[in-house]
Design a protein around this ligand. Structure first.
Ligand code: ATP
Ligand code: MG
Length: 306
């Protein structure tokens, strides 16, 4: 089971649209897919027409009440495409999780509880922030897919994201990779998108997907019809773009390690160092070495008399 977090701290950059339509494109390629709505806004849950009346348990209950993920999962109109829904309660999850032990590993443990073969792919739709919900997603994922709206300041947030992914890899999830950066909402008419993509490629090279998701009003209309693009308008450019993305993601699948239970990560080197140093050096020796004796009659370490 490969877990992919769809991430960007900016709002409105195509994360949810990508989770839904990449998920549906993977199902069309014969994969079993679970979409996890990790955003309290619940856009993914609404997008796929999951009736709030049908939601007895949501991601909130999974993360905070210990409800098994399987119990909260609902099916969609597309066979093979399931949703772990969000609920407005999830807005409180960041504060409620803060004092809890292992707070960043809750989602990872919940997904492990599904068993290794429940799904081929799990796509995590993150909120537009880098709080505990996004951290839970990065701790559970084998890789991150960053959606990048091709606008002028696109590169600014990217450096911070790159740094956060590195920190999570170092301290929480050593297996976390960066699967790719996906240009979204690309306006094919202007030069701006091309210039932005060229600049991102200069910095990140082949990590940038060859697929670009063009602006296409059909993609924006599909949520109003409570379905994905392949059920709404399979012949539109948006459907073609997400089909191409699914091909590219499958070609890079080996970069997304399977979710497996692991031993907790080793403590950071700084903590180990301090622990090793303190008990070994007896204090009196340290003082004798560090502070040279002054002439008779002065205190050890006192400055020489002028
Ligand atoms: N390629 C596209 N063409 C046209 N409209 C798009 C496209 N991609 C996304 N949209 C629309 O842009 C808006 C923002 O997209 P989306 O909800 O996927 O972004 P998001 O990153 O998930 O936002 P948030 O951070 O608020 O969750 C939505 O109204 C969506 O329908
Ligand atoms: Mg969203």
């Amino acid at each position: 089971m490969r877990v992919l977090a769809i991430l960007n701290q900016k709002g409105g950059v195509g994360k949810t649209t990508t989770a839904v339509n990449l998920g549906a494109a993977l199902v069309a390629r014969g994969r079993r897919v679970l979409l996890v709505d990790a955003d309290p806004q619940g856009n993914l849950t609404d997008h796929l027409g999951v009736d709030p009346a049908r939601i007895e348990e949501s991601l909130y209950d999974v993360l905070l009440e210990g409800v098994p993920a399987r119990q909260a999962v609902v099916s969609t109109a597309t066979a093979g495409l399931d949703v772990l829904p969000s609920h407005a309660d999830l807005a409180a999850a960041e504060q409620e999780l803060a004092p809890e032990l292992g707070r960043e590993l809750r989602l990872r443990r919940a997904l492990l509880g599904l068993g290794p073969d429940a799904y081929d792919w799990v796509l995590l739709d993150c909120p537009p922030s880098l709080g505990l919900l996004s951290l839970n997603a990065m701790a559970a994922a084998g890789a991150v897919l960053i959606t990048l709206q091709t606008e002028y300041f696109a590169l600014r947030g990217l450096g911070q994201l790159d740094q956060i992914v590195r920190m999570v890899r170092e301290h929480v999830n050593p297996a976390l990779g960066l699967l790719g950066i996906l240009p979204t909402l690309v306006n094919p008419v202007t030069n701006l998108a091309r210039e932005v993509i060229d600049e991102v490629r200069t910095h990140y090279g082949e990590v940038v997907f060859a697929t670009r998701i063009r602006q296409n009003v059909r993609l924006a209309e599909a949520p109003g019809h409570q379905t994905h693009i392949f059920a709404y308008d399979p012949a539109c450019p948006g459907a073609a773009d997400y089909r191409a993305l699914a091909e590219e993601v499958l070609a890079r699948a080996a970069q997304v390690p399977d979710l497996v239970p692991e031993a907790p990560p080793a403590p950071p080197p700084a903590a180990r160092l301090r622990f090793e140093r303190v008990p070994r050096t007896p204090l009196p020796d340290l003082v004798a070495e560090a502070v040279p004796e002054g002439p008779p009659g002065t205190l050890p370490g006192a400055p020489p008399a002028r």
